[in-house]
Design a protein. Structure first.
Length: 379
């Protein structure tokens, strides 16, 4: 099973400039009995009061962020609340809600195990958390109550996504299954997307179209496939820079559903962008990628890359990849990854794998912004 430790793997790749898939393919049968799910009674999780953070001076592209302000593991950005101010992220066993304007960790929720994935419903009312024990918790945000625990998966959770109406949750796992759930904890659909040789394999990442009619799956072994939902028909196969994904792989659809981007996770391959209608490859990055995102308002495409000569950057382009709008740089030597737009598209945040800090830019002019020091929550 490929490691979940993205920062270490990325830094090693940065030093060695290695590429290509590696690792042993898990032995996964072509069919698997449906695992029973255990639904827990509602219970409230431990919550920490708001945590003020230090006000940071504005970082520059030539001044490094002091190591003393970093916190490991770094905060992994997962989603913004609809107000474009509150960022949902996680580190180890803690979910954190960080206000990018006030520089305050407003809510910190302790989970019963390490967090692998997190997703937020479009209205910001429901949270889904994938844990390293393979379970998924559905949490009501208002009072941090666990409404349901989903226990059907038997491998690392590799993807979580809410439907546009927020009444369905899609989950993917390295156990080779993709499952769909209602918010009352009932499984309403499941299938095993195939990989290389048309055989089921670990699902390392997913992306779902805005209308929830098409699903992209990145297998451990094989090229990225596009499926129709809910009938699971294979629509197309997209050949990227390498065959097979790593942990944290992801696919992303443009808001208008015309374009599909791919990031192959912790260690593999370049960013790739296709036009879905004819499968044409529109753009491929020139360096190892560190994440992708389309802005919800449809104005931008962002992808992170490692640059051997000077750390890393995030390229901000038009959604079809044809025009470079800004080359977003952090402090000297920074390595930004997992870019994430605010819902209004006016800002972009990313984790700096070199320091553990959180970076942000204005999309209008590409300027680096101050987010305060998102310090260790236990300090």
């Amino acid at each position: 099973m490929r490691t979940q430790l993205l920062p270490l793997c990325v830094i090693l790749l940065f030093v060695s400039a290695c590429s290509g898939a590696s690792g042993t393919t898990p032995a996964i049968p072509t069919t698997r009995p449906e695992a029973s799910q255990t639904i827990s009674s509602p219970t409230s999780l431990p919550v920490t009061p708001p945590i003020p953070t230090e006000t940071a001076t504005l970082p520059t592209q030539t001044s490094a962020i002091p190591r003393t302000t970093a916190c490991w593991p770094a905060l992994t950005p997962s989603a913004f609340f609809p107000d474009s101010e509150r960022l949902l992220g996680f580190r180890d066993i803690r979910i954190q809600v960080y206000n990018i304007k006030t520089h305050i960790i407003e809510v910190q929720i302790q989970m019963p195990a390490d967090i692998i994935k997190a997703a937020l419903s479009p209205d910001g009312q429901t949270l889904a958390v994938g844990l390293d024990d393979f379970s998924i918790l559905i949490v009501r945000v208002s009072d941090q109550t666990v409404m349901h625990a989903l226990n059907a998966h038997t491998g690392i959770i590799s993807g979580l996504a809410f439907s546009p109406t927020g009444d369905r949750l899609l989950s993917a796992s390295e156990d080779s299954w993709v499952r769909t759930w209602s918010l009352d904890g009932q499984q309403v659909d499941s299938f095993q997307p195939s990989g290389g040789g048309n055989l089921p394999t670990a699902v390392m990442g997913i992306g779902i179209s805005p209308d929830w009619k098409n699903l992209a799956t990145i297998p451990l072994d094989g090229w990225m496939n596009l499926w129709s939902l809910p009938n699971h028909t294979l629509l197309a196969t997209f050949e990227g820079s390498i065959m097979g994904g790593y942990s944290l792989s992801q696919a992303a659809f443009s808001p208008d559903g015309q374009y599909l981007a791919q990031y192959l996770g912790a260690g593999g391959g370049y960013f790739s962008l296709w036009r879905i209608a004819d499968g044409k490859l529109l753009l491929r990055g020139e360096n190892i990628s560190t994440g992708i995102d389309f802005s919800p308002d449809g104005r931008y495409l962002a992808y992170g890359e490692m640059l051997l000569a000077r750390g890393g950057h995030v390229a901000l382009r038009t959604p079809d990849g044809s025009q470079l709008i800004h080359d977003l740089l952090g402090p000297e030597g920074s390595l930004p990854g997992l870019p994430l737009f605010t819902p209004d598209g006016n800002q972009l945040v990313a984790t700096d794998y070199a320091s553990g800090a959180l970076l942000a830019w204005s999309t209008a002019d590409g300027q680096l912004l101050s987010l305060g020091e998102v310090g260790c929550p236990d300090r």
